[in-house]
Design a protein around this ligand. Sequence first.
Ligand code: SAM
Length: 236
Amino acid sequence: MSAPPEDRRAAWTPPAAGPARSGRDVPGALNGSRLFEQPRYAAEVARFRDFVAGDAPLAVEVGFDFGHRILDHAHRWPATRWLGLEVRQRQVDRVAAEAPPNLLAWRADARTVFATLMPAGRVQRVDVLFPTPWWDEGKRAKRLLLTADFLADVARALAPGGVVHVATDVGPYFSHVEGLFAAWGAVPHPPVGEARSRRERVCARDGLRVWRGTWTPGVAVAAVSGGAGGGGDDVG
Ligand SMILES: C[S@@+](CC[C@H](N)C(=O)[O-])C[C@H]1O[C@@H](n2cnc3c(N)ncnc32)[C@H](O)[C@@H]1O
């Protein structure tokens, strides 16, 4: 019998650090981390490159699922390009069907996109809401999104002042994330619209505690004071 959800959340542990990643290859990536090098994928890669080209602010939401939030944001801030990365084809198709021109819903493993395709210094904002904790230890070791390797790739992709916003209802996962961001600076959370993600709604409905943090590379933590939240805090 599996543990009740509360116990399961409290018992979560990060995977043991594996060997250093070799180059840009991402172990366990969806369809392989060399996917974007395959000729049959050239048109998709061109679509991505067109979308991220230019000077318009670029925001990324990783794992948008039903897309309530990214659709709201894309309509609310039309001058920003909103790139949604999601591994589930059905969710990508659903969001793509409703997407305004400043939103690209792309089926890809975010780890591969940041490791191989994302131009350096291009992204203003990365939102990671309720990343999958992967209860199965084997899957967790292979697929956990928020790792030192992923954050190194994200840091390279961020424009000066760019931020990463993370929310989760798994407390130990948040502790792991705080450790990963220890050398970054805590900053106020980026603005959000009214729409809530599916998991945000579930947490609000069930009264689950949610931890949130927003960080930027290269800012001394002591230099940040006040503001609307920021760093590691919890709500709900
Ligand atoms: C727990 S759900 C949370 C969904 C949504 N953000 C929310 O707050 O309700 C995690 C989502 O991330 C997606 N996902 C998991 N690993 C991913 C990866 N490496 N790249 C992109 N999406 C991923 C899953 O398919 C799923 O939709």
